[in-house]
Design a protein around this ligand. Structure first.
Ligand code: ADP
Ligand code: MG
Ligand code: MG
Length: 192
C-alpha cells in the first residue's frame, strides 16, 4: 500500500458515504436514532479536509490523521469504533505492508472497543467476512454488499439496535452498510 493509493481509498469512501448519507440514516431510523449517515458524512468529510490540509506523507501518518478526525468529529457509537479501527491500522502499518494484517488489526481494535463478536448485527459482521474473503483472494463488490445485507436476518445484541430485541430483525445494520462502502472503496482504489 502506498500513500497515494490510501488517500484515493479514503477519498472514494468519503464520496460513497456522502452520496448515501440519507440511505445510511434511513437504515438507522427503524433500529436506531437515524443519525448514522449524518455522523459518517460529517466525519469522513472532516477527515478528507484534514488530509488535504495537512498532506501526510506516509501511510502511517495518513491512517493516524484519519483516526484522529473520525474520533473527534463523528460522535455516536460509530466515531470511536471507526476511530479505533483506523488506530489499529495505524499501528499495524508501522510493521507491515500486508493489507490483511492491517485490516485484522483494525477489526481487533473495533472488537476491543465495542466487545462485539460475529453475529451481533454490528459492523463486525462486514469486517470479519471481508477479511476472510480477502485472505482467500475472492473479495468482490457483490460479496461485500452481500455481507452487509446478511445482517438483515440477525437479531442485534450490541449497540442501540439491541434495545429492540427481535424487532431489530429484518433491517440492514447501518454500520455494516457504511463498512461495505469502506471496502468497496478499497477495491475501487486498487489497495493491495
Ligand atoms: P449511535 O448508535 O450512537 O447513534 P451510529 O448510528 O453512528 O451511532 O452507529 C451505529 C452503528 O455502530 C451500528 O449500526 C453498528 O454497526 C455500530 N455499532 C454499535 N455498537 C457497536 C459495537 N459494540 N461494536 C461494533 N459496532 C457497533
Ligand atoms: Mg445512530
Ligand atoms: Mg446517535
Amino acid at each position: 500500500m502506498d500513500v497515494k493509493t490510501l488517500k484515493k481509498w479514503l477519498q472514494l469512501f468519503t464520496e460513497k458515504v456522502v452520496d448515501n448519507k440519507q440511505y445510511l440514516s434511513d437504515l438507522d431510523t427503524p433500529i436506531g436514532d437515524g443519525d448514522h449517515g449524518a455522523n459518517m458524512a460529517r466525519g469522513t468529510t472532516e477527515m478528507m479536509k484534514a488530509i488535504v490540509e495537512k498532506n501526510p506523507e506516509t501511510v502511517t501518518d495518513t491512517f493516524k490523521l484519519a483516526a484522529m478526525t473520525l474520533i473527534g468529529k463523528v460522535g455516536g457509537a460509530s466515531g470511536p469504533l471507526y476511530g479505533s479501527a483506523f488506530m489499529g491500522m495505524t499501528k499495524a502499518s508501522m510493521s507491515s505492508e500486508n493489507l490483511v494484517d492491517i485490516l485484522e488489526a483494525g477489526l481487533a481494535d473495533i472488537q476491543k472497543r465495542g466487545k462485539a463478536e460475529i453475529g451481533e448485527k454490528t459492523m463486525v459482521d462486514t469486517w470479519a467476512p471481508v477479511i476472510e474473503a480477502l485472505k482467500n483472494d475472492e473479495l468482490t463488490v457483490e460479496k461485500i454488499q452481500g455481507f452487509a445485507e446478511a445482517t438483515k436476518d440477525i437479531k442485534a445484541t450490541k449497540g442501540r439496535a439491541s434495545y429492540l430485541g427481535d424487532r431489530s430483525i429484518g433491517h440492514i445494520d447501518p454500520g455494516s452498510q457504511s463498512s461495505a462502502y469502506l471496502f468497496e472503496a478499497m477495491l475501487e482504489a486498487g489497495v493491495k
